[in-house]
Every structure is written in structure tokens, then in C-alpha cells.
Design a protein around this ligand. Structure first.
Ligand SMILES: Nc1ncnc2c1ncn2[C@@H]1O[C@H](COP(=O)(O)OP(=O)(O)O)[C@@H](O)[C@H]1O
Ligand SMILES: [Mg+2]
Length: 364
């Protein structure tokens, strides 16, 4: 998968940007507040997911304009494709001339992996950040996962409303049965998808971690809902039991406190929790390994190498890690933002763009 050209009109401070990126390395440099992350974000919007910075359309549109328009020509699934996303109160996507019902229609056509300083905190952040990492990656690779996930969230919202209604009035367990059955049915599918993915992700990330750290520690990750040797029916049974067990406390807290929306991805170094025992440098290497493994997995599962977006991370990593990343991503299209391109970055074959006050200019 490669971006051939990309334009952003009235997307944040990018009033009228058009670029023709190189098929490999693209460096975007400039001072703070010039539009580097905005450009990365406008490329990410083509995945059809929410921005990694906001869920609010209004923030994405230039202050002086009623709407933002992003257009990308890209090569994937063996052909050239064109996507146009108009953002106003809603988002309207046209893919290859066909108006789609939702930007989610990009899933299966456009692949990307984004990496920002927030990603470097994956280990230290709360479980919701790690679930998001899983959910976005899995939705991109397995479109059906996104469908099941959104159904699950809908049923969960309904069950939570029911808890709020019945919580005050006393409780009849019969009320909950239809919602619980649906949560278990969808939840066990989510768990199966996640555990299968995590098993493969762990292997890839472990190899990468080993290369970066010269094999001193063993990195692994696992899901905190143990499914080892369990059949699908047994997973459902286990989930059902957890839901029943947590019902009393759910009624007190008026919130469903068990299920995949509460699960965590546990990261370990030599079998010890990296969140508790890892040094800051080790934790960053864990996060880096996970993200690079995600890029590898996306390519293995979909057959398309994702476009890799590295926002502001290079300067936070030492030269050894930077060199490793550049070598690792050598066959992919990469966009790297930085304040001042280092000699290491400049030594690579690629294009360089300068961002100044919302204008992106290609340098010679
Ligand atoms: N909706 C918007 N309309 C116009 N400008 C915006 C909007 N949202 C953010 N900005 C501006 O974009 C700039 C930040 O751009 P960003 O890409 O994050 O900078 P950097 O180059 O440091 O990555 C800031 O000057 C901010 O005021
Ligand atoms: Mg930035």
C-alpha cells in the first residue's frame, strides 16, 4: 500500500496542501505549531477511524471554514484508488467515485499504523489505551471485528441504562437475561479474536524486542482473560459466570464491571509485569516493539504493508533505536515528523518537506 498524492483543504491549519510523497521515506520538519501533526492526522483520517487526537469533527475543521476536505490517491489491493473525505457536522466518504454510508468503508482498502509520544507511554498508560491499540489494529485487519465490537458496545450501553433504571428500584434478575446472553455471545467472539491476535503479536514483538535490546530480556504480552485450552463454549461459560458474579457490584455502581471492555493487555519482561518492574527505557522499547509488530502483523494478515506514521518520536529515542526503526521500516512508506532532521534521517533516500504556518513545501 502506497500513497501517490494527498491533499488537505481547510483541515485544521492546513488551508490548501498538496503533496506527492516518496514511496519510502518522507520527512516533515518544522518548528512547533506549524502543521506537522495535522498532516499526519489528515493521512490517518483516511483509515476511516477517529483521529488519534479527537473525536470531534469541529476541531478538525479550520476555524474560518465550514468544512474540511481530504483527498488521497493511493495504491492498494493491486490497483490505484481514490478516496475523498468531507468533514463538516458529519463525515462523508467517496471511495473510487462511490458515496459510502460511513468512513469505515475505508477498512480493507487503506492501511496505516500511527506512532506518537502517546504510544511510547503504552506500558504506563491505563488499560483503555492498550485496549484501543488492540481494537484499532484488529478492526483494520479483520473488518468483522469492528462490526462485532460496535454491536457489543451498543448492548453494553443498553445494559448500563437498565442498571441505572433498576438500581434504585430493586432488582429482578430476569430483566438482565436477554442483555447478558447477547453480551456473552458477542463478548466471547471478541475475546477469541483478541487472544488469537495477541498470541501472534507477542511472538513478533518478542523477536523485535530481542533485536533492539540484543536479547538481554524476553518480552511477551498476553491477554488478562485466560483462555488457554478453552473451547468457544467454555469461554462463553467463563464470561457468563463473571457477569453473574459481578451483578451485585454492577447494581451498586450502575455500570457493567466485567467483560472485554474491562480487559487488559499485559506486557511482561522476563515474565514480570513491565508496567511495575520495567525501567522507562525498557517500557519505551516494549511500546516500540509492539507497534512495529503491529505493522508486521498488518502486512501478514492483509497482504498490504501499512503506511507508517511516526509523529515526533524520533527525537525521543536514542540513535540505536532510531537506526533500528529506519532499517526495520525500509520497505514501507513512512512519514516522519521532527523539528530538525538529524544527519541520520537526512542520510536516507527519500523526500523532505518543510511545514511553515500550515503550508507544506517539498525541499530539493
Ligand atoms: N481547527 C483548527 N483550525 C485552525 N488551526 C488549527 C485548528 N486546530 C489546530 N490548529 C492549529 O494548528 C497548529 C498545530 O499544528 P500541529 O500540526 O499540531 O503542530 P506541529 O507542527 O507542532 O505538529 C496550531 O497552531 C493550532 O493553533
Ligand atoms: Mg506535532
Amino acid at each position: 500500500m502506497k500513497i501517490i498524492n494527498h491533499s488537505s483543504v481547510n483541515f485544521r491549519n492546513l488551508k490548501d496542501v498538496y503533496i506527492e510523497p516518496y514511496e519510502k521515506m518522507n520527512i516533515i520538519f518544522g518548528e512547533n505549531g506549524q502543521g506537522k501533526t495535522n498532516l499526519i492526522e489528515s493521512i490517518w483520517m483516511m483509515t476511516g477511524f477517529y483521529s488519534f487526537r479527537t473525536r470531534k469533527n469541529i476541531q478538525l475543521i479550520n476555524y474560518d471554514s465550514p468544512e474540511a476536505v481530504i483527498k488521497t490517491n493511493f495504491f492498494s489491493n493491486g490497483r490505484e484508488q481514490e478516496a475523498r473525505l468531507v468533514i463538516n457536522q458529519t463525515k462523508e466518504l467517496t471511495l473510487n467515485g462511490v458515496r459510502e454510508a460511513s468512513p469505515r468503508a475505508m477498512i480493507g482498502s487503506f492501511y496505516s499504523v500511527v506512532f506518537s509520544p502517546v504510544t511510547l507511554g503504552t506500558v504506563q498508560n491505563g488499560p483503555s489505551e492498550r485496549r484501543k491499540l488492540l481494537d484499532v489494529a484488529l478492526s483494520l485487519m479483520k473488518p468483522n471485528y469492528a462490526v462485532i465490537m460496535s454491536k457489543y458496545i451498543r448492548v453494553l450501553d443498553q445494559r448500563n441504562s437498565l442498571l441505572k433504571k433498576t438500581g434504585q428500584k430493586g432488582f429482578d434478575s430476569g430483566y438482565f437475561e436477554p442483555w447478558d446472553a447477547e453480551l456473552v455471545r458477542l463478548g466471547s467472539k471478541i475475546i477469541r479474536y483478541r487472544t488469537d491476535y495477541i498470541a501472534r503479536l507477542s511472538e513478533e514483538a518478542s523477536d523485535i524486542y530481542g533485536e533492539i535490546s540484543s536479547g538481554k530480556e524476553k518480552f511477551a504480552c498476553r491477554y488478562d482473560f485466560d483462555t488457554e485450552n478453552l473451547s468457544d463454549d467454555e469461554i462463553s461459560e467463563k464470561l457468563k459466570n463473571e457477569l453473574e458474579k459481578s451483578r451485585d457490584s454492577d447494581l451498586k455502581r450502575l455500570y457493567t464491571g466485567s467483560g472485554p471492555h474491562t480487559h487488559d493487555l499485559i506486557l511482561t519482561l522476563n515474565d514480570r509485569d513491565a508496567k511495575i518492574y520495567g525501567s522507562q527505557g525498557q517500557q519505551r522499547t516494549c511500546a516500540l516493539s509492539l507497534k512495529l509488530a503491529e505493522a508486521v502483523m498488518t502486512e501478514k494478515v492483509t497482504g498490504e504493508a501499512p503506511v507508517v506514521l511516526l509523529d515526533d518520536v524520533m527525537s525521543e529515542l536514542d540513535e540505536k533505536r532510531q537506526t533500528f526503526i529506519l532499517r526495520f521500516l525500509d520497505n514501507k512508506q513512512v512519514f516522519i515528523t521532527c523539528c530538525e532532521p538529524s544527519t541520520l534521517l537526512r542520510s536516507k533516500d527519500g523526500k523532505v518537506f518543510e511545514a511553515t504556518d500550515g503550508i507544506i513545501k517539498e525541499m530539493n
